[in-house]
Write a protein that binds this ligand. Structure first.
Ligand SMILES: [Zn+2]
Ligand SMILES: [Zn+2]
Length: 94
């Protein structure tokens, strides 16, 4: 008999490498990291990324970020990271 690998779709608990926190999903871990470990030495790569405060979604792709903010506009946007003037112009952000 050949061995078949069972595919588990269920997300496993993810342990934080920086502390004892255990997340139950990827997005939960992303939120935890953004909240608890965002004062760490950041690489240029990370500095450039936008992380949504509402769902933990993250990207460095400006057009995608702007589209995401349209869906989740009720959050603080750091305008030094992402230029939201076009969204303000269209009345999407105040
Ligand atoms: Zn942690
Ligand atoms: Zn979001």
């Amino acid at each position: 008999m050949e061995t078949t690998v069972t595919e588990f779709k269920v997300e496993k608990d993810i342990e934080c490498k920086r502390c004892e926190f255990v997340a139950h999903s990827r997005s939960e871990m992303l939120q935890h990291k953004a909240k608890m470990h965002n004062d760490e030495r950041k690489s240029r790569y990370q500095e450039d990324a936008f992380t949504c405060a509402l769902c933990g979604w993250s990207s460095r792709n400006r057009p995608k970020i702007l589209l995401h903010i349209i869906h989740h506009p009720n959050q603080y946007i750091d305008e030094t990271i992402i230029d939201v003037s076009i969204l303000k112009k269209h009345g999407i952000l105040n």
